[in-house]
Design a protein around this ligand. Structure first.
Ligand SMILES: [Zn+2]
Length: 471
């Protein structure tokens, strides 16, 4: 059975066939963060989902190029830059670093390319120029440039591919300069925004005067530059379907750079909203969590990742602190089983046992059915525990089981148990070694290191002091 995704473009589940004629390469673009603040857990649901898609395509053997942009110029950022009095780059750099750190805490692989909007102003201007040449964008009196929905439709193209729109409400000549607007205020949208006094020092020269790009055009310019005018998968949260993604299609297909018969994007995948404690996340309700808030409560990135990966991406998911505690219990069950298997396997190596990966692939091929995949993992844990109790695992069988887990964990990215969960007796040995080193009793320190190695642990000396790692 092949891999299938629900494509928002066709509103149906479709078999994934990459555009690459050799069927080998796959391109993914995910709308990245707007670096005006620290990202919240709802944002991270989308990025963990993108990471799952990328890892699973790699598991299936595709050579994936994963692109995620950094929106480092837009209204909110400009307002904060003005308030803080520091430069744009200084301001956004701080939140970009925080974002990358959070991504790592959540076990997400770094996208292969992370283009910044401010470093693609030339590409953005060229794309707008092309839209003007083709008669579907125009300069307004204030020096801003707008996309004409009427002209676009007049050229035989469809506006409203991802959502149904009521064009009776569209009044020619109306325009919207804000990047975010509802379907009801359907109107020509801004590609280039003329410099306003409140923009301060944030502006670039252009053929239409000083100004800055609109948000939607950034993604069209950067995705097509890196992945080509036609690529496989575009991902994002469902809140971006309209207007952002609809506008990306209009701009990219309006520029007419695709080969005949090809679309800008073949598969559009959208992740559903995250509720927190049963409600829409909001600061006033006290259920607004950044990743850092959850870490401060004592949860780990691994537990949060696991919880986010238990729900199907198209289901609205209710994220709760109770759910995180349950995630900790589930992971402890898994870890305990893996530790026992490791003890039996010793130094043995073996090819992965096929059973676990087969069930896993069948589940994820089905539009990334992670719940079914985890169901299979915990059935496997139950069966392994039974065999372990009955002493039915040989070293080779245990090694094959561990290799099977590692294979599917290349997709789940749950990884090893955190260092904080080092068994007490192992932690005590490390302390004894440190004491021996301080007392300059190096032969004793070496003996303890050897003892730790024999028990399957190694010591890594880091800038924050020694830490234990499984061999
Ligand atoms: Zn985007």
């Amino acid at each position: 059975m092949g891999l299938k995704f629900f494509n928002t473009l066709t509103r149906s589940v479709e078999e994934f066939t990459p555009l690459d004629p050799a069927g080998h390469k796959a391109g993914i673009y995910c709308c990245g963060p707007t670096v005006h603040d620290v990202a919240h857990i709802g944002n991270f649901r989308t990025f963990v989902f993108a990471d799952l898609v990328r890892r699973y395509l790699q598991f299936k053997g595709y050579a994936v190029t994963h692109v995620m942009n950094i929106t480092d110029v837009e209204d909110k950022i400009i307002r904060r830059v003005r308030e803080s009095g520091i430069s744009l780059r200084e301001y956004t750099g701080k939140y970009e670093s925080a974002f990358l750190e959070d991504l790592q805490t959540l076990g997400c692989l770094r996208p292969h390319q992370m283009p910044r909007a401010t470093e693609h102003i030339g590409e953005i201007i060229s794309l707008i120029e092309r839209l003007i040449e083709r008669g579907i964008a125009y300069k307004a009196a204030d020096g801003s440039v707008y996309f004409s929905i009427e002209k676009h439709r007049g050229s035989g193209r469809q506006y409203g591919q991802l959502v149904k729109l009521n064009f009776d409400e569209l009044r020619p000549g109306e325009r919207v300069s804000n990047d975010e607007y509802a379907k009801e205020s359907l109107a020509d949208f801004a590609l280039w925004k003329a410099r306003a006094p409140e923009d301060g020092e944030v502006f670039w020269p252009s053929p239409w005067g000083e100004g800055r790009p609109g948000w939607h055009i950034e993604c069209s310019a950067m995705s097509m530059k890196i992945l080509g005018p036609s690529f496989d998968i575009h991902l994002g949260g469902e809140d971006l379907i309209f207007p952002h993604h609809e506008d990306e299609i209009a701009q990219s297909e309006g520029a007419g750079l695709q080969p005949p018969g090809e679309r800008f994007v073949k598969y559009w995948l959208h992740g559903a909203h995250l509720m927190v404690e049963g409600k829409k996340m909001s600061k006033s309700l006290g259920n607004f969590f950044t990743l850092r808030d959850l870490l401060a409560k004592g949860f780990t990135g691994r537990e949060i990742r696991y919880l986010l990966l238990t729900a199907h991406y198209r289901e609205t998911f209710n994220f709760t602190l109770e759910g995180l505690t349950a995630a900790r219990t589930s992971l402890a069950r898994l870890d305990e089983c893996l530790a026992k298997l490791r003890a039996v396997a010793g130094n043995a190596t073996a090819a992965a046992d096929a059973g676990l990966a087969e069930g896993f692939s069948a589940a994820l091929d089905d539009d990334l059915n992670v719940s079914a995949a985890w169901g299979g993992v915990f059935d496997w844990v139950r069966d392994a525990n039974r065999l372990l109790t009955d002493n039915q695992f040989t070293a080779a069988l245990a090694a094959a089981a561990l290799a099977a887990w590692q294979r599917i964990d290349s997709v789940f990215g749950i990884g090893e148990k955190a260092d904080a969960e080092v068994p007490a007796e192992i932690a005590a040995l490390l302390e004894q070694r440190e004491a021996a080193r301080k007392a300059r009793n190096f032969s004793r320190a070496d003996a303890i290191r050897a003892e730790l190695n024999a028990q399957g642990w190694t010591i890594e000396d880091t800038s924050k002091g020694p830490r234990l790692k499984r061999l």
